[in-house]
Design a protein around this ligand. Structure first.
Ligand code: AMP
Ligand code: MG
Length: 397
């Protein structure tokens, strides 16, 4: 069995990113992946401006009584400030030529149009210099950036109204299993269970701003599986299945992928989620996730997500690993890297990881009621109070 790191490296090495670009209005660009570097043509801010409501003056004039010669609100442009005078100024307004400091109004007294300042004034104080945020010619964001809200604001601040992005990836999702019932179809028949994986994956893909090609439930037959895989592969940039990749007689996915395409990888040393498959159907990459709902979540986040982001042209950093003190015990060393579902809590001695009471791969509430995964390496045991690496679920999904 490959380790998680080996499997991820192998999978990423095959990723051929989309190249088609679209232009989206900035207002719709959230979550898209920037396809071209953005260089600013302007300085931000465009002029030296006041950081305070107050008075602009020469710092060296601060000891004198200064006639207030002009009033400069935000959006207006003042005139050059004569020596020995001050300008009433407001936050965001350009500092007039000649002035080199702003004194906040709380430190000023203005009587009959004449200003006196209390306290020392230093040159440059309360002035936001032109270009202090971004200067003209500077790279603002580079291709591969997954656009976050603050990136949209940054692009707007340099005057971009649209962004060149890669077209969103189309990802086909198939749920295998004759036991599966759609929640919308009402009460369960005997032997049935509701299809949860389809919804988990739809949500995960939405979070990645990718287009879901929903292929529904596939019957556990060789013919049904083959037909569904071929149809999905023709319509999508990547096919993801759940279930049917183990070794049982009812598991047809692995065999059909071998028949229709190529299986590059099967089974990895991860818990939950051992029976993960990776390959291609024709030219379309294929990821066979396990069936158990918690395994689906964990293997998607650790293997499928980075692969899909690579296909999407995204240059996403690896999710940050934090450290926490275990408030649980792992008594016997495992042969697979384990991802325990935990809740991180702030305590006086730092972050503490409390493990969910039931870590079975079928227990999806373990993910829903946790906020992090604690990583237990192969062969490791954990005592209460030991430091473990953790991944925040918010950085994965
Ligand atoms: P399999 O690998 O197909 O044997 O599935 C492993 C376990 O996951 C079985 O208990 C299945 O019933 C369950 N399972 C598979 N697919 C789903 C699904 N879409 N939603 C909920 N549970 C599933
Ligand atoms: Mg099955």
């Amino acid at each position: 069995m490959l380790t998680v790191a080996e499997a991820l490296a192998q999978v990423l090495a095959t990723a051929r990113p989309v190249t088609e670009r679209i232009e989206v209005p900035l207002m719709n660009a959230l979550g898209h992946v920037l396809a071209a570097d953005v260089v600013s043509s302007v300085d931000v801010p465009p002029l030296d401006n006041s950081a305070m409501d107050g008075y602009a003056l020469r710092a060296s004039d601060a000891g004198q009584a200064l006639p207030v010669s002009q009033r400069i609100p935000a959006g207006a442009i003042g005139v050059a400030l004569a020596p020995g005078t001050a300008a009433r100024i407001f936050s965001g307004a350009p500092v007039p030529a000649g002035a080199d400091a702003v004194v906040m109004q709380e430190d000023c007294t203005e009587v009959a149009g004449v200003l006196t300042v209390s306290g020392a004034v230093s040159a440059g104080q309360h002035i936001r210099p032109r270009g202090q945020d971004i200067s003209a010619g500077e790279s603002v964001l580079v291709a591969g950036r997954v656009l976050r809200p603050q990136d949209l604001g940054l692009l707007a601040s340099v005057g971009c109204s649209a962004a060149q992005v890669y077209r969103p990836l189309r990802v086909a999702v198939l749920s295998t299993g004759d036991e599966l019932i759609e929640p919308a179809s009402g009460t369960l028949r005997e032997g049935g269970i509701y299809n949860s994986n389809r919804y988990t994956l739809a949500g995960l893909l939405r979070g990645l701003n990718m287009e879901l090609i929903d292929c529904g439930i596939v019957a556990d037959t060789p013919e049904g599986t083959a037909a569904a895989l071929l149809d999905a592969a023709a319509r999508a940039d990547c096919v993801i299945t759940t279930g049917g990749v183990s070794v049982g007689e009812e598991d047809h996915v692995k065999h059909q992928v071998e028949r229709l395409g190529r299986l590059d990888l099967w089974r990895l040393a991860i818990k939950p989620g051992k029976p993960l498959a990776f390959g291609s159907i024709g030219e379309t990459p294929f990821i066979g996730l396990p069936g158990n709902p918690t395994s689906v979540f964990v293997t998607f986040c650790l293997i499928a997500r980075p692969f899909l982001l690579a296909l999407q042209g995204a240059d996403e950093p690896e999710p940050l690993r934090l450290q926490a003190r275990a408030s649980f015990v792992v008594g016997s060393p495992g042969t697979r890297q384990e991802y325990l579902r935990v809740t991180l809590e702030n305590t006086e001695s730092g972050l503490q990881a409390v493990s969910y009471v039931n870590q079975s791969s079928g227990v999806l509430s373990s993910v829903s009621r946790s906020n992090a995964l604690a990583i237990i390496p192969v062969g490791a045991t954990v005592k209460r109070g030991d430091v473990v690496d953790v991944l925040l679920l918010d950085t994965l999904a």
